[in-house]
Design a protein around this ligand. Structure first.
Ligand SMILES: Nc1ncnc2c1ncn2[C@@H]1O[C@H](COP(=O)(O)OP(=O)(O)OP(=O)(O)O)[C@@H](O)[C@H]1O
Ligand SMILES: [Mg+2]
Length: 397
């Protein structure tokens, strides 16, 4: 039975028969028991304090998590709490009548440290503050899972990287080893073939250079980037990149379709890095159109982002490779490093942007860079201010 209905029935109690009153009472009792059972079975702790901060309702989980010593006591809540830090917190939070969202505490218990999150808000009854409702959650397991997940993720990323480096290093090491064996063979001859030896040595030198480059590339891919975000006009930057690639496109019979809307808003960008990101995508696009095609460089203004898409009419990318291609060292090219897209992705992430990808095998691909537009209205939103001022102060440097 609904509370409002009960209220109405009760207001007419003097007009009800004894039987009617009895059934109303039974209904009330049943509804109360249901509420009580739900509250007591909850995994989270719930407490309600009256205006004097005395608990008028405490469920079992709250008792257990907060280790409330004397739940029936008529004293303010903090007096029933042993932990000094929590006692202090409840005293301050309840007397200041602040709303608190998920404040975290580490509590020592026999089973180790438990992390709990506590929220407080006003208890409203008929639009008036009638006390405080407190929500208590034991988030120890949740935190543990999050940490495990993060660890597993970084381990997986590291494994992929390490596997990539190992794979990359294998080829030059293999060829160095072969050349050394050949040199050894030659040296057994009292009059070794000088020309052959020089050739083997030059290959060894070359392969060592390749090893060095692998390490340099690797470090570039994993190191935090030195990003200088300045307020820049994106139009001329895109135009510059297009001018740079035009001669090569022409040579391959690739038709360039460039579109840059006028009066684009300024964005926080590292010009050099954005150019590099665009060039990487364009180089990939041109590589899949060796016998010509259409290369699109299209900038488009969205609500709160600038989209720059690089499209090709090349081979397209098979569905199962769509996420793999961003992995370090993934390449299908003979002389590719497989770091182009990894670096591009990293650059865009450093700009708080994103890359999306559409591709159809045999038809072509569209890589779209999404860059956020710093909007004045956005600055007033909580959480945004810090980012904007940080970026802004970097811009002023
Ligand atoms: N536009 C595209 N169309 C089809 N396949 C693509 C496209 N762009 C990337 N790929 C695939 O993704 C792989 C990885 O690209 P990435 O730029 O990371 O390295 P790469 O181009 O192979 O090497 P590098 O960038 O050093 O030349 C490519 O080898 C290719 O198989
Ligand atoms: Mg590439």
């Amino acid at each position: 039975m609904r509370a409002s209905f009960m209220g109405k029935a009760l207001s007419r109690a003097d007009k009800l028969t004894k039987d009617q009153l009895l059934s109303l009472f039974k209904e009330l009792l049943a509804s109360n028991e249901r509420l009580e059972a739900a509250l007591q079975s909850m995994f989270d702790g719930i407490l309600v304090c009256n205006l004097d901060h005395v608990p008028v309702l405490i469920n079992k989980s709250a008792e257990r998590i907060l280790r409330i010593q004397n739940p029936e006591s008529q004293a303010p809540l903090w007096q029933s709490i042993a932990d000094e830090e929590l006692k202090d917190f409840f005293y301050k939070a309840l007397t200041s009548e602040e709303t608190i969202l998920g404040e975290e505490f580490a509590l020592q218990s026999s089973s180790g440290t438990r992390i709990i999150a506590i929220s407080l808000s006003a208890l409203l009854s008929e639009d008036k503050i009638a006390g405080t409702i407190i929500h208590v959650e034991d988030i120890t397991e949740k935190r543990k899972k999050e940490t495990q997940l993060r660890r597993a993720e970084s381990l997986a990323a590291l494994t992929t990287l390490a596997a990539g480096v190992a794979h990359e290093i294998n080829n030059p090491l293999g060829s160095i080893s072969i050349r050394i064996q050949l040199l050894e063979k030659l040296l057994k001859n009292p009059e070794p073939d000088q020309a052959a030896m020089t050739k083997h040595l030059s290959v060894v030198k070359q392969e060592m250079e390749r090893l060095k480059q692998i390490v340099v590339d690797f470090l570039f891919a994993v190191r935090p980037m030195d990003v200088q975000l300045l307020s820049e006009n994106p139009g001329p930057i895109i135009q510059e990149v297009a001018d740079l690639v035009e001669p090569e496109a022409e040579r391959f019979g690739i038709e360039l379709k460039l579109s840059i809307p006028p009066d684009l808003p300024k964005l926080l960008m590292d010009k050099r890095l954005i150019k590099q990101a665009l060039l990487n995508l364009i180089k990939n696009a041109m590589a899949v159109m060796p016998r010509g095609g259409k290369l699109g460089i299209i900038a488009e203004l969205g609500q709160d982002e600038l989209r720059i898409s690089i499209s090709d009419t090349g081979t397209g990318i098979p569905e199962e490779l769509l996420t793999k291609i961003f992995e370090p060292y993934f390449t299908t090219k003979k002389s590719g490093t497989g770091l182009g897209l990894t670096i591009t992705f990293k650059i865009i992430k450093e700009h708080s942007g994103d890359i999306s990808l559409e591709s159809k095998e045999g038809a072509g691909s569209i890589f779209t860079i999404h860059l956020p537009i710093p909007q004045k209205e956005k600055k007033s939103l909580p959480g945004w201010e810090d980012k904007a001022t940080q970026a802004g102060s970097q811009a002023e440097e």
